[in-house]
Design a protein around this ligand. Structure first.
Ligand code: BES
Ligand code: MN
Ligand code: ZN
Length: 497
């Protein structure tokens, strides 16, 4: 898919499909409707005269016109201009892109001039939002689906505007495209089956992406992981025929003096639960238990292609959690990278066991901030559903910044408390800590477990169990892997002081 821009008035650009985004306010609506009627002719004028369409938020109208350059006009309502948000613009863009796809046109023109009228967002912001959302909304994981022969596809979207700020619009398209592609990388990794993506292949994919995007990748194999005494990674991987990997990503070494940020991603390429095996219904979903790793990899893709000026390290402990004669068992005790021990009460609470090693290993980079992303608990999905990731940590300033980035990108987070009282729920009689905390506050006790392994740095834990895997389509995110975390982190990394 190509996205380009052109300056000109609506209808002057030849394409099979033209989308107009218009406001509901009386004055603006009148202005837009008479302009569109003048350019596209009688059928459009009659459609407006019918008083069936008011340009309310999300309302759409498809009209066939006599305009020789573009026969299909698709109008998307933006609601009131005063209440416009960047998310509403994204949704409107996605609505238009999905309609163009459904109509099987190969070229579409999106006129953004009317959105610019509200003067709430710059040309660059609007172009970024529309192109990002268009690309994201057209995504489908179809790698394993036999292709229809000669099926017509949407191959180009042209953003047209009467604004003179063509450079800004082009910048917006460029950034939007990179961010969408990075998110799609994360979605693809998340949606890939466990037979394709296991620790070794996840590492290979990361190396390959690093080469094309411009970040470096180091991979530790089982021997090296053993040598480093990462007991959690070793323990969880024991039941699987697939060897574990510990993947380190690095970008922007030259910016080290401004502080290092470490991103840790849970990379369980399939989670059966191990000996504490999960019920079979819905287990297939656990191919997505490396969504945290995917978010980190996607973020590195975007950050290096956008050339963000920051030193970033990525750490991905990757294992397959399987039951077998050699698997870790309930009651076993693990010694982690930093020497602390944990009692394995439930082998299905495996994510925290491998993250414990990664979080203590993170200390070796002397980071200012460490953010971990993990599909850690079903309890977090019960608490927040699919609309926000759970957030916990030890530094309110970093959490506030993530909150702001979340609201802006709509890759949202919601803070849960890490009160001291919760700590006793994971006390063990035989080890420093136990890997499960009982029935209540499962997302928080998991967070507390991680907290036991952090070093001397600002730390935030994001439980993305509900946001990385969607059961239903959202505006520009089809069901399945969402790529959650990528857009959030890119915005955070751009703006963190
Ligand atoms: N990967 C799962 C968490 C999960 C559940 C992610 C549902 C996405 C959707 C994690 O490893 C797990 O199994 N957690 C257990 C922890 C429990 C044994 C304390 C859970 O949430 O049930
Ligand atoms: Mn599990
Ligand atoms: Zn898991």
């Amino acid at each position: 898919m190509i996205i380009k821009s052109i300056s000109g008035t609506i209808g002057s650009i030849s394409s099979e499909f033209t989308a107009a985004f218009i406001f509901q306010d009386e004055k603006l609506f009148k202005r837009s409707s008479s302009l569109l009627s003048k350019i596209f002719g009688q059928s459009i004028e009659s459609a407006f005269n019918s008083k069936d369409f008011f340009a309310k938020e999300g309302e759409t109208l498809l009209v066939y016109s006599t305009n020789k350059k573009t026969s299909r006009l698709f109008i998307v309502g933006l609601g009131e201009s005063k209440k416009i948000t960047i998310e509403k613009i994204r949704r409107a863009g996605a609505t238009a892109a999905k309609k163009a796809k459904a109509l099987k046109v190969s070229s579409a023109a999106f006129d953004i001039s009317e959105i610019e009228l509200a003067k709430t967002f710059s040309e660059e912001e609007i172009a970024l939002a529309i192109s990002e959302a268009s690309l994201l909304s057209l995504y489908k994981y179809d790698k394993y689906i036999s292709k229809e022969k000669n099926g017509k596809q949407l191959i180009a979207i042209t953003l047209c505007s009467t604004s003179t700020k063509t450079k800004e619009i082009q910048n917006g398209i460029h950034t939007g495209q990179i961010i969408a592609e990075a998110t799609i990388h994360a979605r693809n990794l998340t949606n890939a089956p466990g037979s394709e993506i296991y620790p070794e292949t996840l590492a290979k994919e990361t190396i390959q992406l690093g080469k094309s995007a411009g970040f470096s990748v180091t991979v530790f194999d089982r021997k090296k992981i053993n040598k480093l005494k990462m007991g959690g990674v070793i323990g969880v991987s024991k039941g699987s025929e697939k060897e574990p990997r510990f993947i380190t990503l690095e970008y922007g070494k030259q910016y080290k003096k401004n502080g290092t940020i470490v991103l840790v991603g849970k990379g369980v390429t399939f989670d059966t639960g191990g000996i504490s095996i999960k019920p079979s219904a819905g287990m297939a979903e656990m191919k997505m238990d490396m969504g945290g790793a995917a978010a980190v990899i996607g973020t590195f893709d975007a950050v290096s292609r956008l050339k963000i000026k920051r030193h970033i390290i990525g750490l991905i402990p990757s294992v397959e959690n399987m039951p077998s004669g050699s698997a870790v068992k309930p009651g076993d005790i693990i010694r982690h990278y930093n020497g602390k021990t944990s009692e394995v009460d439930n082998t299905d609470a495996e994510g925290r066991l491998i993250l414990a090693d990664a979080l203590s290993y993170a200390e070796t980079f002397k980071p200012e901030v460490v953010i971990d992303l993990a599909t850690l608990t079903g309890a977090c999905v019960v608490a927040l559903g699919h609309y926000a990731s759970g957030m916990m940590g030890n530094d309110q300033e970093v959490m506030n910044a993530l909150s702001t980035s979340g609201d802006k990108t709509y890759d949202r987070v919601w803070q849960l408390p890490l009160y001291d009282e919760y700590e006793k729920l994971i006390k063990s009689d035989v080890a420093d800590v136990k890997n499960v905390g009982g029935r209540w506050a499962g997302a928080i006790t998991a967070g507390w477990f991680l907290k036991k392994f952090i070093g001397d740095y600002k730390w935030v834990h994001l439980d993305i169990a509900g946001t990385v895997i969607l059961e239903e389509n959202q505006d520009y995110t089809p069901r399945g892997g969402s790529g959650a975390g990528v857009r959030l982190l890119v915005d955070f990394l751009k703006n963190w002081k």
